[in-house]
Design a protein around this ligand. Structure first.
Ligand SMILES: Nc1ncnc2c1ncn2[C@@H]1O[C@H](COP(=O)(O)OP(=O)(O)OP(=O)(O)O)[C@@H](O)[C@H]1O
Ligand SMILES: [Mg+2]
Length: 232
């Protein structure tokens, strides 16, 4: 479904991401772990077309999308949840969701997709006309996820979506992501919370200083010494 081959990027002269390769197969939930500054968001930017590559390529469903850009990728069935949510604060929840829907190439009517979103996020349903900025942190996290899902994407890519949530809300959030995955959606979850991410992932990668240090199945990741020392 998604293939990063040997991707390199740089900020000015400083290399950040030095030839990383990541594969996400259809139906998988793959997590990309890594400490602060490892290059997780840089990877997100590289594969959403927000940052030009110095080398390598990105393929979506076998098609080279390296130079496509975020807008066209969204229209081709990727739902993005960016770091820090990036909601439109003065717009209502409904307007935020409508923008997500309009950006997608979704053929199902908006109202029908909204019903699905309301099933998944009952608390959003009661707050459709509330300004996004007045929602609680946990609610905003759900709105950002709902905005990515409303266009019925094949692949969901999330950058540290649980950041800033309380432990209880983190549990709730990861349960929701697990449910989205169980319903058949493919997910790339970029996370610093290795324990939570590995509890729901099929496979994972650990990024350290712009390179993949460890990769493997959930069991292999959980048993890996580097990961155990760093996180568990
Ligand atoms: N626009 C930029 N210009 C210069 N350096 C940058 C820029 N954006 C990020 N960097 C640097 O690249 C490195 C990786 O940053 P990145 O945001 O990818 O880390 P991250 O793994 O997402 O970390 P975090 O867990 O804190 O979000 C950091 O050292 C950061 O300072
Ligand atoms: Mg980041």
């Amino acid at each position: 479904m998604l293939d990063l081959q040997n991707v390199s990027t740089a900020y000015g002269q400083v290399a950040m991401l030095r030839g990383i390769s990541i594969t996400v197969r259809k139906g998988e939930l793959v997590c990309l772990l890594g400490p602060n500054g490892a290059g997780k968001s840089t990877t997100f930017k590289a594969l959403s077309g927000l940052l030009p590559l110095k080398g390598g390529n990105v393929a979506l469903m076998g098609q080279d999308v390296t130079r496509l850009g975020a807008e066209r990728l969204t229209a081709q069935g990727i739902g993005f949840v960016p770091e820090g949510r990036k909601l439109f604060p003065s717009l209502t929840v409904r307007e935020n969701l409508k923008l997500g829907y309009d950006a997608s190439g979704c053929g199902t009517p908006f109202e029908a997709r909204l019903e699905m979103i309301h099933d998944l996020f009952p608390r959003i349903k009661e707050r459709m006309n509330q300004q996004a900025r007045t929602m609680s942190g946990g609610e905003q996290a759900m709105v950002a996820l709902a905005r990515a899902l409303i266009g019925d994407p094949e692949l969901l890519i999330m950058d540290e979506p649980s950041l800033g949530l309380s432990p209880k809300l983190i549990d709730e959030y990861f349960d929701t992501v697990a449910r989205i995955h169980a319903e058949g959606r493919t997910v790339l979850l970029i996370e610093q919370n290795a324990e939570k991410a590995l509890s729901i992932a099929d496979r994972g990668y650990l990024l350290v200083r712009g390179q993949i240090a460890v990769e493997g199945s959930r069991a292999e990741m959980l048993a890996d010494d580097t990961i155990r020392h760093m996180y568990l």
